[in-house]
Design a protein around this ligand. Sequence first.
Ligand SMILES: [Zn+2]
Length: 230
Amino acid sequence: MDEVIRIAGLVANCYLVRGDHCYLVDTNTPSCGRKLRRALAAAGVQPRDLSHILITHYHFDHTGNLAELKEESGATVAAGAEDAPFIRGEMPPALPSELNRLGRFLRRLPPSWIRSYQHFEPCPVDLALKEGDVLEELGLEVIALPGHTPGGIGLLDRANRRLFAGDLVSHYLGRVGGPTISASYSRSEIAASLRRLADMDVDYMYPGHGRIIGPRASELVASFASTLPH
Ligand SMILES: [Zn+2]
């Protein structure tokens, strides 16, 4: 079975999958480039070994270093179709949301400051993924997980009962939680996406933030999802 290696940056995770396949899921914040490269080297992986770079959603803490790594590796970049325009630089990242107090506070900061901290180098997207798409060579199925970003996706490795969940779930201090609300656009879509994840029946989930969830990841996510209003 391919090994999944969590590479924890300052705030976000990315994952290296190494074995029969070799690919990255997300690419961390722009400032974590050296750390990411050191982690690849420590795992015996050179950028040119990567066949794919899969992006769970367009936020800068998941797409930093992407353009540079694609350039160097020639890897196929894949992301949710509705997030692809943001990754290509065709659309600016969303401003903080009005869903909570923190988001409303952040919206009052100078837009130029928000834009500069959210900045990442735009990158071509080779595969714009939709619900139900299958990345056959990697053994992954695409699950649409809107709510945090419009084109957020999960990647299900059904054979090995594990799933890359992006920011829909987090896992800090032993507690499963949801995404950062100030950086999301819809509580109801988040709740629906979390219920989908809970139905996936997987052992391990790999979140964008915090520690790996599992064993019995689906049950843990189900019990968190049950606390959310319908
Ligand atoms: Zn995010």
